[in-house]
Every structure is written in C-alpha cells, then in structure tokens.
Design a protein around this ligand. Structure first.
Ligand code: MRU
Length: 365
C-alpha cells in the first residue's frame, strides 16, 4: 500500500527543517509546488507558486482543494508572505501578514481548516514579529511544515479508528475526494479505507462521480487505482440503487466543517446520501481531523456555504450541456444534520456527532 506519490503538493525540500539553520530555512522556502488537481487524471502537472497572491488564487481556482489541503497550502502561503515582508519593521510585518491572512481566508469560505491554519500562522507571526527577519520566516516555515505533518499523522490515526468499523468484505460508498489529494496525505474517508485494506480486510469502493466538479470520478478513482484498492465509479444518482440492493456496507465521507451540535458541511450531495443511508439502515460515517471541528459555529445553519460559478454546471470538458440563457445553480456544499450521522472518526477517537462539543471542551480545544 502506498499513498499517492509524489505527494499532491509539497514545499521546497528544506522545509523538512532537519539539519538546516534558520537562515537556510528562511532562504530555501521560496516556492510552493502544487499538483494541479484540475488536470487529473489526464495529466500530472505541478505548478510553482512564488507569492501568497499565487497561493490564494490557486485555492480559489481549485488547483488545490479539500479542506485540510487548502489549510496546509495557505500555511505555506503565509511563509511566502513573510519572505516578501523581510525588510519590514515589526508593525508593518504584522499588518502585511494580517492582510495576507484575510486574502487567503477569503479564497474559499466553507472549510474551516483554512482559517484554522492561517490563524495559527498569524499567531506565530505576531509572536516573532520583533525577531530578525530570517528567524521570522524560519519560524513560520517550521510551523507550516508542522501543520502539514500533523495532518498526515491525524489521517493515519483516524484511519485506524474508522477501520475498526469496516468489516472484511465491505463495500464502501464515498463521495467527492477525501483522500491524499485533499489532505496532508493518506486521506480522511480514504484513510479509513486504506487503513482497513492495510489491516488485511477486503474492501471495495463505490465512488460517486460527484457532479459537477467530478472529484470522485477524477481524483478518488485515480488515488484508489494507484493503491490497487478495487473501485468502481457510479454517477451520483445511482447511489440509491446500490443502497436499496444492500450492496453498500457503509458510507464514509469527509467534512469541511463540523459545527458545535455535530452538523457537518461537506460536498454537495452528501446530505442526500445521509438521508438514503438512514432510510436503508446503512451506517453513515464522517472522517475528519480535529482541525475541521468548529465549536464557535453553533449548527449547520450557521456554516457559510460556498456557491460557485454556474459554468462548472453547464460545461463538462469543452461541451456545453445546458441551452444558452438557461440559468443554473451551483451550491458547492450542503449540510448533513447530526442525527443522520452514525459516528465521526477523528484522530482523537470515534464520537457520536452530538458528543463533539463535549469532547472538544474536555480536551480544551
Ligand atoms: O470543493 P472541494 O473539492 O474542496 O470539496 C472537498 C470536500 O467536500 C471533501 O469531502 C472535504 O473537503 C473533505 S477532504 C478530506
């Protein structure tokens, strides 16, 4: 079993930090490389980003997508912002980084991992504002790397937590892409599937194509095929057919935000799947790192849901599917209420959706 290699995006090599002085670290992290997910699976193209503006645009344009991955990309974007502000005195440095943080957070509104990562970076930037310029950059570079590595470790841990619920011979239905591409590596929902496979269980996957952006057809299928985990792509409208025939053991999805009451926001179509699962008595699991939990948002009605361009609905590839002049809508996320969720898998363990706030408060997060 391997995760996708090379990783979906990665920083300049010196960001690993080991054996590098602060000056070397500050000097070397001058670019962010991202695998352009818009081109997959047809082409594996890496883009090179040299400014925080480039990183914000890459997040907006979905070069990188998936809740944890956009948080990690934004953290590296903050390093680029700090580099550009090297000559600035402390106050101008902090003001510049606050502006960079606002730009990054505005790129996509729903996934809380983005503002979570950026505010961690900003807090560190403020704490080191009076240090030498190279120390300021090196501190941020090390923190960005830590956010990246911590997410990968969280995925592996939650994968093991969730895999305990997956029986041998299971067929798992998943939606969108909650894999290595969407995270620091390994994946959340796909992490559960990978961990089950690593534990020696036979698992097969039904991947919803996930109209209109086709993250399931293009990205989930690409990742699982590379890992040799059996996967079949279905159109979103086929899910009910397979559930009614009892061909689905469990549904496992990721999340972009988990509200205080356990409601979750995830890719458009998730709510419909949860309703189907309830009707058929099929377990509906959510896998997400703790950085996706937002205790400050009371419930799903308070989660900002991104609405994207109608062009992504009316066109597939070069082909126009909808008559000219006919409007189309494109809400990119929906809310699944806590009562439809069987359990939430995190790196801290498994929780009932309604227990999330208590679990967060017990651990002081
Ligand atoms: O619009 P996207 O592709 O960024 O949406 C991604 C999803 O909805 C994922 O399911 C979610 O971010 C979980 S990723 C581990």
């Amino acid at each position: 079993m391997t995760t996708v290699a090379p990783p979906p995006w990665y920083p300049a090599p010196a960001l690993s930090g080991a054996g590098y002085s602060a000056a070397e670290l500050a000097e070397s992290c001058d670019r962010v490389f991202l695998l352009d997910q818009r081109d997959l699976p047809a082409r594996e193209v890496y883009v090179t980003l040299r400014s925080v503006e480039d990183v914000a645009e890459a997040i907006r344009a979905m070069v990188v997508r998936g809740a944890p991955a956009i948080g990690i990309a934004a953290a590296y974007g903050m390093v680029l912002a700090a580099r550009a502000l090297r000559p600035a005195v402390a106050e101008r440095y902090v003001a510049g980084l606050r502006a960079a943080a606002s730009m990054l957070v505005a790129a996509r509104p729903t996934a809380v991992n983005l503002s979570w990562a950026v505010s961690r970076m900003l807090t560190s930037a403020e704490a080191h504002a009076s240090d030498a310029a190279e120390v300021r950059v090196a501190e941020l570079a090390a923190l960005a790397r830590r956010i990246h590595v911590e997410d990968l470790e969280a995925c592996r841990r939650m994968g093991r937590v969730g895999a305990a619920r997956i029986p041998d011979g299971a067929t798992i239905l998943t939606h969108c892409n909650a894999g290595a591409l969407a995270t620091g590596g390994y994946g959340t929902a796909l992490g559960v599937i990978r961990a089950a496979a690593e534990a020696g269980k036979r698992v097969r996957v039904l991947a919803d194509e996930t109209r209109p952006y086709l993250q399931g057809a293009r990205l989930t299928a690409w990742e699982l095929a590379q890992d040799g985990i059996p996967v079949e792509v279905i159109t979103d409208s086929m899910a009910g057919y397979f559930l009614r025939r009892r061909e689905v053991t469990a549904i496992v999805v990721g999340a972009d935000r988990i509200a205080r009451n356990g409601d979750i926001a995830n890719k458009i179509g998730t709510y419909g799947l949860a309703c189907l699962a309830k009707h058929h008595g099929t377990p509906f699991y959510v896998a997400a790192p703790w950085s996706t939990v937002d205790l400050a948002t009371l419930d799903g009605d308070h989660i900002p849901l991104e609405e994207r361009s109608r062009d992504e609905v009316v066109r597939v590839g070069g082909a126009v599917l909808v008559p000219e002049g006919v409007p189309a809508r494109h809400p990119a996320f929906d809310v699944t209420p806590a009562e439809l969720i069987t359990a939430i898998f995190t790196e801290r363990g498994e929780f009932a959706a309604g227990e999330i706030a208590r679990a967060g408060e017990a651990s002081g997060a």
